[in-house]
Design a protein around this ligand. Structure first.
Ligand code: PRP
Ligand code: URA
Length: 207
């Protein structure tokens, strides 16, 4: 699996805001939106494009557009906070949804909804979830995408744990991971350390 850790001062500053336990929910959401923009830029850096003729008010010129706009897949709830920025940057993207909550005792993924196109064989997919902890929720999501024949998958996370990366590797799904940080590991509650706490609760309040 290819992993890109985005090393940029602005990304680091936004991640600091998200990590800080004093950060309010609205400020946390704003930092997540802005950091998502940086992660999306990096994820799309080598996206295939096509050229087409346009006219500026002054002269003929060459335009550029994405060959194949991706499907964005936020993993609910926490991934919802990344969608608006991603779709603003990629207006032609479609959006699918996966709802999966981690059981607080067992840390196993508990799915509760999905809404995805049937055939993803020719569509690049970008999965949005701020946290990759044990990797259970992401492997569940990748399994779903595999049943739709998705072949070109990028996972966008704010913080990843080495355990989650290992789980993605073990799953055998050919994905690319783009993240702002690979943290130290998980604590006994399977929270990422140092992490940023519960990304869903910090955006939307406790469940
Ligand atoms: C969080 C996070 C991931 C998952 C990561 O969601 O957004 O989806 O935990 O943990 P894992 O890698 O161990 O599966 P959570 O289940 O807390 O739900 P929420 O987004 O609805 O708050
Ligand atoms: N889910 C979160 O939101 N945070 C963690 O640290 C682990 C799982």
């Amino acid at each position: 699996m290819r992993t890109l850790v985005v090393d940029h001062p602005l990304a680091a500053a936004l991640l600091t805001t998200m990590r800080d336990s004093r950060t309010t929910n609205p400020t946390f959401r704003a930092a997540l939106r802005d950091l998502t923009g940086i992660l999306v830029y990096e994820a799309m850096r080598d996206a295939p494009v096509e050229r087409f003729p346009i006219a500026t008010p002054v002269a003929a010129a060459e335009g550029t557009r994405l060959n194949a706009p991706p499907l964005l897949v936020p993993v609910l709830r926490a991934g919802l906070g990344m969608v608006e920025t991603a779709e603003n940057l990629i207006p032609d993207a479609r959006i699918g949804f996966v709802g999966v909550a981690r059981d607080e005792e067992t840390h196993q993924p508990t799915p509760y909804m999905e809404s995805l196109p049937d055939d993803l064989s020719t569509t690049p997919v970008i999965v949005l979830d701020p946290m990759l902890a044990t990797g259970g929720s992401m492997v569940y999501t990748l399994d779903l995408l595999a049943t739709r024949k998705a072949r070109d998958i990028t996972v966008l996370c704010v913080v990843a744990a080495p355990e989650g990366i290992a789980a993605l590797e073990k799953s055998g799904h050919a994905v690319r991971l783009v993240t702002a940080s690979v943290d130290r590991g998980l604590n006994s509650d399977a929270y990422i350390v140092p992490g940023l706490g519960d990304a869903g609760d910090r955006q939307f309040g406790p469940r």
